[in-house]
Design a protein around this ligand. Structure first.
Ligand code: PLP
Length: 419
């Protein structure tokens, strides 16, 4: 069959060569139509925290599909969405929250951006319309999310269309400013009268190449936003539900963000579902009158019953299997096993945050990256390097042996091509 897919993030040259046709998933593996198996080292775009085919999530989806497959949340409700909204609120430091449901990470981010802007409108401060993010931050590919993000290569064709008002510099610690927060503080203070919100990826800028910054920075950012009447949106789409060794990455900083966006691992990657969890003091500024204080925003699949069933099942499994604590434990082992790679001549840096392990190679290895990736693929490992950076972000349920084997394969292959 001719491939008629307009593939995301896939160079045409790669499409021409053809690629595997994945027909099945089980545990940490994906299987192609030729029977080859591949370790899903990046959890299928960081979503499949529980791996593939988890019986409890699969069962919940099947059951819900036979009961109620869809019913809208505009003017109606259903048991699954009520329960999920309550559960999500109770996962927050302060549970006085309402949740907007959506389908992809970027649609949860769009909701957050619009709520931030309308919140200030509702309060009679319509001049506060800017939502700014961090240099190299990424929040999705819709136009609003692009405006708050700064991954240059992705954005170039849209530079004239999206609103890049200002940005927070990526934290650069110094002796006097150990969290590298002061330059960001200056940006916030300078623009506070126009700023509706700041949005950040907590502790790790994923798409920019797993760039990690301190929890101290995030704490200072939360305090500075509060002092300057700027909302803080923490985008947990990639980090949420245990990836960093805590339930949410913002828990490392002990903060209580105004809005939290989640997606990906919310359903452990089983259904397209995302959410924006909003403090009641923001939600309560919306009302029927005047009409422009109403929340006129929604998506067809907002609160989709099967998505809710998948999310509720995933949250139950995280709880029952103590996934977050296990991830924190595994993270220590992964770090230990990866350390020897830091000694290799071609390695620029290793970085770690929870179950994210990064090997950044020196820039001169760039021509070898595709070869290393292809070799690992031949060995049954689905790595997706970013620039010269290889990273492990496996399902949180990966076994010790499988994780150690993946680390070993990466090290051997880097050595083979680069040393
Ligand atoms: N926010 C963050 C932090 C992300 O990493 C991503 C995607 O990688 C998104 C938002 C967008 O999510 P989606 O691709 O589901 O729209």
């Amino acid at each position: 069959m001719k491939n008629k897919i307009f593939h995301p993030y896939t160079p045409f040259s790669v499409i021409e060569k053809g690629f595997p046709n994945m027909v099945r998933g089980e545990g940490i593996y994906l299987f192609d139509d030729r029977g080859n198996q591949y370790v899903d080292v990046v959890s299928s775009w960081w979503a499949c925290a529980l791996g593939h085919g988890h019986p409890k999530v699969v069962e919940a989806i099947k059951k819900q599909a036979g009961i109620l497959q869809h019913s809208i949340t505009g003017g109606l409700t259903h048991p699954g969405v009520l329960e999920l909204a309550d559960k999500l609120a109770n996962l927050m430091p302060t549970p006085e929250r309402h949740t907007v449901f959506a389908s992809d990470g970027c649609s949860a981010v769009e909701a957050a951006l619009k709520i931030a802007i309308q919140y200030w409108h509702n309060l009679g401060q319509p001049e506060k319309t800017w939502v700014i993010g961090m240099d190299q931050g990424y929040h999705g590919d819709s136009l609003g999310a692009l405006g708050a993000g700064f991954v240059d290569g992705f954005h170039k064709p849209f530079d004239r269309v999206v609103a890049h008002h200002a940005k927070l510099p990526f934290p650069c610690p110094t002796e006097n400013d150990p969290d590298g927060f002061e330059p960001s503080q200056m940006v916030i203070e300078r623009h506070a009268d126009k700023l509706a919100a700041v949005i950040v990826e907590p502790l790790c800028l994923g798409s920019a190449g797993m760039k990690i910054y301190s929890a101290g920075y995030l704490k200072k950012l939360a305090d500075c936003c509060a002092t300057n009447n700027v909302l803080l949106i923490v985008d947990e789409v990639a980090m949420g539900f245990g990836r960093t060794g805590k339930r949410f990455a913002f828990n490392h900083a002990g903060i209580d963000p105004d809005m939290v966006t989640v997606g990906k691992a919310l359903t452990a990657g089983y259904m397209p579902m995302s959410a924006c969890i909003v403090k009641d003091e923001i939600h309560n500024t919306f009302s029927d009158t005047p009409e422009d204080h109403t929340f006129y925003h929604g998506n067809t699949y907002a609160g989709h019953p099967i998505g809710c069933a998948a999310a509720l099942a995933a949250l139950d499994v995280y709880e029952a299997e103590d996934t977050v604590a296990r991830a924190a434990e595994m993270a220590e082992k992964m770090k230990q096993w990866m350390q020897p790679m830091g000694e290799l001549e071609c390695v620029k840096e290793l970085r770690f945050l929870g179950m994210i392990g990064v090997v950044e190679l020196k820039p001169e290895t760039k021509p070898l990256v595709a070869k290393i990736k292809a070799s690992l693929f031949g060995q049954g490992y689905l790595f997706r390097p970013l620039g010269t950076m290889f990273y492990l972000m496996p399902p949180l349920v990966i076994s010790d042996d499988d994780l150690r084997a993946a680390v070993y394969a990466l090290q051997q292959t880097i050595e083979e091509f680069c040393e």
